[in-house]
Design a protein around this ligand. Structure first.
Ligand code: NIG
Ligand code: FE
Length: 412
């Protein structure tokens, strides 16, 4: 009987077009007639099928002939608010009759109406509702997902949301990371006392969430209808005290210079960015901050101001894309649809969009050393598609070309 070396592959997917999404080289890091070998949940070999070392290939019992189909890294949805109560279909109707997102928010609807529904829901109810939505994303090849709090807006309900996110991580095969978003909106009980609410976030909610190990990163919403850059800085200072990375909803509806402030705090990402001044973009590249664009929110709010894509490209700022899945500005259940919207609405290239939900999505979460590309040593998170051309993933609308998903070396 043969003894297995540590590197003996458990699984080999071969005869595929492998979009490694590595930088440099071919577009998409594409390997024709490629193969990927997996050992102990990690990628142990990537290359041209003919070059696979003979013996391990012959003795590997789990080999999949991909018949020339496409393999990509597992997709990363780096910005979601997928845990929430209720829905906002009636607001959608109001917006169609002419009310703006901002007007609805100022009249106590918007985020605050979801806060009421989320507070009223039990942890089990939130879990059950979110599970369905998460499974929808996973069925399209998402292997890593970020989930934010931000609809609790008090200690107890922010923690409830984050506990749901941690339970989801245990329940589903995908890797789920959390962001504490206590500074998402001002709860009604703090009306006209926003500094007091920031005190609550800084002194009670965030420390309590950290103490329960519920927080992987800290986010905030910097906007006229939310919090000022100065208030957000206070939250970021507390985050730094806990050694937590920060990120920010910035320049979605107006230019408050939140993105510059966040980048100067070393933010992993700044998200939305429609109103980001192109002149401020170099600050993002200087600090290695990812620009996360959210075409679902742009589309649903019928925004016309485009994010400064040209300046982002010229300054080599990594661009990620995400669903922003939430009940208000982006009731989106498909990450692939975001690729299409980013091409059509933002004129991004299909390659940029795929980089945005793989390599750069992982970077926006600070986990690019683990996932996001098909490279030796990274987690074996990958997807086999019923497609051959990587551009098919952004070109089609609807339908689900995902054939098989591997997460940490396991097909589920
Ligand atoms: O990312 N911009 C603020 N937060 C969410 C919207 C949440 C909501 O409308 O419920 C966003 O778009
Ligand atoms: Fe968001």
């Amino acid at each position: 009987m043969k003894t297995r070396s540590n590197n003996h592959p458990d699984t080999i997917w071969y005869n595929a077009r492998v979009a490694t999404m590595e930088t440099g080289g071919q577009p998409y890091g594409l390997i024709e007639n490629g193969a990927v070998a997996i050992s102990n949940g990690k990628i142990s070999w990537v290359g041209v099928t003919e070059d696979l070392p003979g013996e391990p290939f012959d003795s590997c019992s789990d080999k999949l002939d991909c018949n020339g189909r496409l393999i990509t890294p597992g997709l990363v949805d780096c910005h979601t608010h997928i845990v929430y109560g209720g829905n906002r279909a009636s607001e959608f109707e109001k917006r169609l009759k002419g009310a703006s997102y901002e007007e609805i928010a100022r009249a106590g609807g918007g985020i605050i109406s979801t806060v009421s529904a989320t507070r009223a829901a039990s942890e089990d109810e939130l879990f059950g509702q979110a599970l369905v939505r998460v499974e929808g994303l996973l069925s399209e090849g998402v292997t890593t997902l970020e989930i934010k709090s931000g609809y609790g807006l008090n200690v107890e309900d922010e923690l409830k949301m984050l506990r749901v996110a941690r339970r989801l991580d245990k329940q589903v095969p995908a890797n789920i990371v959390t962001s504490f978003l206590g500074a998402h909106a001002l709860p009604p009980e703090y009306a006209a006392r926003s500094d007091d609410y920031i005190d609550l976030v800084c002194e009670q909610a965030l420390p309590a969430a950290v103490a329960e190990e519920l927080v992987d990163a800290v986010d905030a919403f910097c906007e006229g209808i939310a919090f000022s850059p100065q208030q957000v800085e206070r939250v970021f200072d507390v985050a730094r005290g806990h050694n937590l990375p920060v990120k920010l909803h910035a320049e979605q509806l107006s230019d408050l210079k939140g993105a510059v402030m966040a980048a100067q705090h070393g933010a992993l990402s700044v998200d939305h960015l429609e109103y980001l001044d192109p002149e401020d973009v170099p600050v993002l590249s200087q600090n290695g901050t990812v620009a996360v664009l959210l075409p679902g929110a742009f589309y649903c709010l019928r925004e016309t101001m485009l994010p400064p894509i040209k300046a982002l490209r010229e300054n080599n700022v990594p661009i990620a894309l995400a669903s922003d899945s939430n009940p208000g500005s982006s009731p989106v259940g498909s990450l692939l649809l975001m690729l299409n919207m980013a091409c059509t609405l933002f004129r991004m290239t299909p390659e940029e969009t795929l980089v945005g939900v793989t390599r750069n999505g992982a970077k926006a979460l600070g986990i690019e050393d683990k996932t996001g590309t098909l490279e030796i040593g990274k987690n074996a998170d990958m997807v086999l598609w019923d497609a051959t051309d990587p551009a098919e993933l952004s070109y089609r609308i609807g339908g689900n070309p995902c054939k098989r998903v591997m997460i940490l070396g396991r097909v589920n």
